[in-house]
Ligand binder design. Structure first.
Ligand code: ATP
Ligand code: MG
Length: 366
């Protein structure tokens, strides 16, 4: 007896997308179904190429078909991705900007690893197959150029429409305020000036089509951060903290700032979580206390995205100018950062399926 497409779709209709809590057929995620004898091939269109549940979804599809259609069928599951954007089921589909998701990486406290996380998040998402950009919004201490080995004395070019052409490294399109601002002049900048520069960066740059544009924010929760946050319709924010109480207190202020302007917190990253000496690989020393950021995530009712250990190779890769997920993908910190990138992409998909687009708050200049 030949296998009917309806029977396959009925089987796939029992497979739930674990995050979106609906079945793959209802979510319109099944494409290109082809049946030849006992060979059943189809494509699952995921909401992100960095989906951490790929293997789980594949196995569930195979199981459902073997159970409901034909125990002997050869099942070929192809995976593709079409990244969603806020409100993509609603009116904003195909919005004016080519950027689907703006994601801010922030903290309250300085030096906790925002730029390190932002850089590796960007490269990890790009390596998964997404189109990714990264903007360093820190005019006082831009670090993205260093982390990507870019010489800031070489200014980005402008195209015939007078749009800034982002640079590109490790598959990520990059712009840094460091390209625009002479560091010695930066101290006189005020919130509205930063805001208009960020707006120019985001609006007047030739980003093309991007799935994710990561914004590396300067430390703090003051005027400048608030203005940047209000300049773009953020899909959400990733908060980085070390497990220390002082850092967590500042991270709490960060969460409060985003919530005040209705930007969803995609989750918390614990950086410098512990140290494992290379010669004692089974030991974990919790130099800044154990699990503080994980507990904070629970308290703030925000997802916990993962923990990054203190690793010399991570610091070195930043100084060397190649993010660690590219330079040493097998290191502990690189594997943690890839997992964090997948978890972040997952939270973006969940947020886009559930929540309406973030309203851009009107900015009042004083
Ligand atoms: N897990 C880690 N292990 C080792 N070194 C790290 C780790 N995370 C960050 N660093 C190092 O700590 C320093 C500060 O990190 P980074 O610049 O990412 O912090 P930041 O929060 O962006 O700082 P700022 O507030 O100044 O913007 C860098 O030299 C970086 O390489
Ligand atoms: Mg930084």
């Amino acid at each position: 007896m030949s296998i009917s497409p309806d029977s396959v779709l009925a089987a796939l209709g029992t497979v739930e997308e674990p995050d979106l809590k609906k079945d793959l057929v209802t979510l319109n995620m099944i494409r290109d179904l082809e049946i030849e004898g006992s060979r059943i091939a189809f494509t699952v269109v995921l909401t992100t190429p960095a989906c951490p549940l790929k293997d789980l979804i594949r196995t569930r599809c195979e199981t459902a078909i073997h159970r409901d259609v034909d125990a002997e069928a050869e099942v070929v599951v192809n995976m593709e991705a079409d990244v969603t954007m806020p409100g993509s089921n609603a009116a904003t589909e195909g919005g004016s900007s080519g950027v689907k998701n703006f994601i801010a990486v922030a903290s309250g406290k300085g030096g906790v690893g925002k730029s390190t996380v932002a850089a590796n998040l960007a490269v990890a998402l790009a390596k998964s197959g997404a189109a990714v950009g990264l903007v360093d919004t820190d005019i006082y201490g831009p670090s993205v150029p260093v982390m990507f080995g870019i010489d800031t004395s070489v200014k980005p070019r402008v195209n015939e429409d007078r749009k800034i052409i982002p640079l590109e490294a490790y598959g990520v399109k990059l712009l840094s305020m460091g390209f625009l601002v002479d560091e010695t002049n930066a101290v006189v900048w005020r919130g509205p000036m930063v805001s208009s520069a960020v707006r120019q960066f985001l609006g007047d740059a030739e980003w093309g089509e991007l799935d994710y544009l990561i914004l590396d924010l300067p430390p703090g929760t003051g005027d400048i951060q608030l203005t940047i946050v209000q300049t773009v319709p953020l899909t959400g924010a990733v908060i980085v903290s070390t497990p220390q109480d002082v850092a967590l207190a500042d991270a709490r202020k960060g969460v409060a700032m985003f919530r005040k302007v209705n930007v969803p917190v995609l989750g918390i990253v614990e950086n410098m979580a512990y140290f494992t000496p290379p010669d004692l690989p089974d030991r974990k020393y919790y130099l800044f206390g154990e699990g503080g950021a994980r507990r904070f995530a629970e308290e703030a009712e925000a997802p916990f995205l993962g923990e990054v250990p203190i690793e010399q190779a991570l610091r070195e890769s930043g100084d060397f100018g190649t993010p660690i997920v590219e330079r040493d993908p097998q290191s502990f910190s690189a594997r943690a950062l890839v997992q964090i990138a997948q978890n972040t992409a997952q939270q973006v998909s969940i947020r886009n399926a559930e929540a309406p687009p973030t309203q851009q708050v009107e900015i009042l200049h004083r």
